[in-house]
Design a protein. Structure first.
Length: 129
């Protein structure tokens, strides 16, 4: 994105003020939010950044929001530990497999060739004497 260096024109300033006012009016208006509009807009925002849209929850009151947040906080340590353990196990499993394959592929072949070469050389020397 090109960085702007010139100041806003009068028309741009007016449009920006209108835009800000419209959004403040929409966000601060009393009454329940239209969940379908919220879901559509947030879904479009997630898709714009290449992510899968997330579900939109509608809770019945500020008290329910507070209870839901408390529930999430009480469950978060366990959920985070589960995610951490799962990631650790997956990463270790992948790394162990990849490292073993690479090491065995490189060192195993070299060691095998050297050992057989030495054994055949010694055996030939002994049998030749």
């Amino acid at each position: 994105m090109k960085r702007r260096t010139a100041p806003l024109t009068a028309e741009e300033t007016e449009a920006l003020v209108r835009y800000r006012h419209d959004w403040l009016d929409a966000c601060l208006k009393p009454g329940p939010a239209d969940v379908s509009v919220v879901a559509r807009i947030t879904g479009a925002m997630y898709e714009a950044i290449g992510k899968k849209p997330v579900p939109v929850l509608r809770l019945s009151s500020p008290a329910m929001v507070a209870l839901f947040i408390a529930l999430l906080r009480s469950r978060a340590p366990k959920a985070l530990a589960n995610v951490r353990d799962q990631l650790r196990d997956q990463l270790w499993g992948q790394l162990r497999g990849q490292l073993w394959d690479q090491l065995w592929g490189q060192l195993g072949g070299q060691l095998w060739d050297q050992l057989w070469g030495q054994l055949w050389g010694q055996l030939g020397d002994q049998l030749g004497d």
